[in-house]
Unconditional design. Structure first.
Lengths: 316, 406
């Protein structure tokens, strides 16, 4: 039928146009970064090293991390080591080098085992932000390198985290622990200091605001600029970008001071779920309402077709 | 003084007719507004456009209730208040965003349908010109609306487009500042574009839509073969019940029944996009708040402006601006540059057929190139396509002049 042929031509040009300005153009604009499934073994770091010297250092570092991962960790022995962590990672902790050390309540559930080993071994190397430090000891968490001198003690404390600090976090806890010390979330009334309380008096609200500003100045000092608010980052970046960026920020934004936080797959899914809850709250409503609206127009078109048939019945 | 029937019931048809002439009005505008029978679904694009405009208007009114035209509040009023706190605010916003993009797809289909069937000639020039005016004002409406969420793309597109008014080497920065109300896009810029978007331009659009409908009434709608129909004779045949022999149908209900069916199918696609595939119309970059200190790595207009953007880009500054300015108005001249007496589908018009498909393909290529980063081979393809665009317009009077009369 002639009309279908015309429709075919219109549809073909429209699809070609769509393909050209969307998938094709965006494929050309953004370099493709391969994800690695939230597994941390240093491959990407070694590949991305900026000099031969760095490459060797990273090879050696991750080689050792892989060795420690093979050791049998003793959680009971790790508990004593963990007490040292609590010196900084406690409730109401003070900022270290600008950033408040995160709660480790769900560290075993959120973070990858090898990453945790790497982090205790050398935080700057694990976070892939060693380019920011002439000596990785200068990292705010650098002192940990003097606390766990032998590999077995690292394996023990990681075993402790994986066993005793592995309760399943809520999506909000996952976000707060992994991202919330640097990134605010104003659509959820969260700042770098956590949830914003309700204040009865404006004076108290303003005093809190000043505290927030001071905390932000600290983060700014450490990071170079204030990390962006993540309220609707879920709509501002593609799912693939966010995933690969969180896995290894350097691959998407070379030289960034954003540390890798070492989330495992489940941990990232929690964080992503929270970003979606806050940044794209209509998603479940869209999915619920969509089929009904489409069904309505399918029925509408069918009835309209019958009406058209009826009106045109004796025209030809 | 006209006669009024004292016994007519108030608001009955007779009563209304004596006061408003509704019977005549109904005939003129609907039941005896004759449309050729030999048409395809492309003839429904006008009604599809009217319906889409209606959706934009209604969704716009709902959005307007919560939007805050203030550079400090605009972003969150859209992305938080409307998307999170207002019941179904997200639905109105998605309808508005997708509608703004899809309306241009339909406009382009509508335009190229007109070009293909020669529906701008022999008494139909004003239809074409009023339609082109609508296109231009719709473009301004789309651009001003794009400023309102005050995201990164709003800000930087506003910066780039208003910069064009410096006129290249004329360096008319005073004019640019006057348009912006500031040295850079800021609060004054946002509020004036808000005014344009929600008041002045919609008023102009509504006026132009009325004019566009009006221009159709005397020359009548074209048909698939470009056949000249004696509408009065054909209408008599139809009214006498000889519907098979008559070449026309009344707008209401016969033509309308087909329009409504096409609209239904269109709305299936439209709402599929609204619910499941809206990113193409709501650029993720614009979900980052405007930041005058952070230029996005790629600044590109929405897809419907890309072809003319690409005509600007491959040339040096001044010739580029001139080419861009010509590209904006050249389609207005189509009825006068086409010198052929034939009103017929392009497939019957020899070289013009080649011209049509080349033009369509060229605009498509320009559109894609307009989005790609200006690097390497894309530059050359862009330049060649831009040159071809002008070559086609220069060739048009010659090839149509040489066209044989059908």
């Amino acid at each position: 039928m002639k009309e279908l042929k015309i429709l075919g031509v219109v549809a073909a040009f429209t699809l070609l146009l769509y393909w050209g300005v969307e998938p094709f153009a965006h494929g050309q604009m953004h370099k493709h970064v391969e994800g690695h499934g939230f597994v941390y073994d240093g491959t990407a770091d070694i590949e991305g090293a900026t000099s031969a010297e760095k490459k060797e250092a990273k090879k050696a570092f991750w080689g050792e991390v892989n060795e420690i991962a093979k050791l049998e960790g003793n959680a009971a022995a790790g508990e004593a080591g963990f007490a040292m962590c609590m010196g900084c990672h406690m409730d109401g902790a003070a900022a270290m080098g600008g950033v408040v050390p995160p709660s480790l309540d769900h560290a075993g559930a959120l973070y990858d085992k090898k990453y945790l080993i790497a982090l205790i071994k050398d935080p700057a190397m694990a976070m892939n932000t060693d380019h920011k430090f002439a000596d990785t000891m200068m990292h705010p968490m650098g002192p940990v390198m003097t606390m766990f001198m032998d590999n077995q003690s690292i394996a023990d404390v990681v075993a402790y985290l994986k066993e005793k600090k592995a309760a399943e976090p809520t999506t909000k806890e996952a976000f707060t622990e992994a991202c919330g010390r640097c990134h605010a979330m104003r659509y959820a009334k969260m700042t770098q200091l956590g949830d914003t309380p309700e204040f009865k008096y404006e004076k108290d609200a303003l005093a809190h605001q000043i505290k927030v500003l001071e905390a932000q100045d600290g983060v700014k000092g450490y990071m170079g600029k204030l990390p962006p608010d993540l309220s609707i980052i879920i709509r501002a970046r593609s799912a693939h970008f966010l995933e690969t960026f969180v896995e290894n920020p350097q691959t998407q934004l070379a030289g960034t001071s954003m540390p890798r936080v070492g989330l495992n797959k489940e941990g990232y899914e929690k964080v992503e779920a929270y970003l979606t809850e806050i940044g794209d709250p209509s998603k479940p409503k869209r999915e619920e309402l969509g089929p009904y609206v489409l069904l309505f127009f399918v029925v509408f078109s069918f009835l309209a077709f019958l009406w058209k048939k009826y009106q045109w019945r004796d025209l030809h | 003084m006209a006669k009024f029937d004292e016994n007519a019931r108030p608001f009955s048809e007779k009563w209304l007719d004596e006061r408003l002439g509704v019977v005549t009005l109904k005939k003129v505008l609907s039941t005896e507004y004759w449309i050729p029978k030999d048409i395809n679904f492309l003839w429904a694009m006008g009604m599809v456009l009217a319906a889409t405009f209606g959706l934009l208007l209604i969704s716009g009114i709902f959005l307007l209730m919560y939007y805050k035209p203030d550079s400090a509040l605009a972003f969150d009023s859209v992305n938080y208040t409307i998307m999170t706190e207002v019941g179904y605010g997200w639905l109105w916003r998605h309808i508005h965003g997708v509608g703004a993009s899809v309306v241009f797809l339909i406009i382009y289909i509508h335009m190229f349908t007109g070009i293909y069937y020669g529906s701008y000639k022999k008494g139909r020039e004003m239809i074409w010109i009023s339609g082109m005016l609508l296109f231009v004002v719709f473009s301004a409406e789309a651009f001003s609306g794009y400023m309102l969420p005050w995201g990164q793309m709003s800000y930087w597109a506003g910066m780039v487009i208003t910069n064009l008014f410096s006129g290249g080497s004329l360096e008319a920065y005073g004019l640019v500042e006057w348009i912006r109300g500031d040295y850079v896009p800021g609060d004054a810029f946002l509020t004036r574009f808000f005014m344009l978007h929600v008041l002045l331009l919609p008023l102009v659009i509504i006026g132009l839509i009325v004019l566009h409908f009006g221009t159709l009434r005397l020359p009548h709608v074209n048909n698939q073969k470009g056949e000249e129909i004696d509408f009065e004779e054909a209408a008599e045949l139809y009214k006498a019940g000889k519907k098979k022999e008559s070449k026309v149908i009344p707008f209401n209900p016969v033509f309308l029944s087909k329009d409504v069916f096409v609209m239904g199918v269109y709305f299936i696609l439209f709402f599929y996009l609204v619910f499941y595939h809206f990113d193409f119309a709501m650029d993720p970059v614009n979900f980052d708040p405007a930041d005058g200190l952070k230029t996005p790595p790629h600044i590109y207009p929405e897809w419907y402006f890309l072809w003319s953007y690409e005509i600007l880009r491959p040339f040096p500054k001044d010739p580029g601006l001139i080419a861009f300015a010509i590209a904006q108005v050249i389609f207005f001249l189509l009825p006068f540059l086409d010198r052929s007496p034939n009103v017929a589908p392009a497939s019957k018009r020899g070289l013009f057929n080649v011209w049509f498909w080349l033009m369509l393909a060229d605009v498509l290529v320009l559109t894609v190139m307009g989005k790609l980063p200006p690097e390497g081979v894309w530059n050359q393809i862009g330049l060649v396509s831009a040159l071809l665009f002008f070559a086609l317009w220069v060739a048009l009077p010659f090839i149509t002049k040489a066209e044989k009369k059908l």
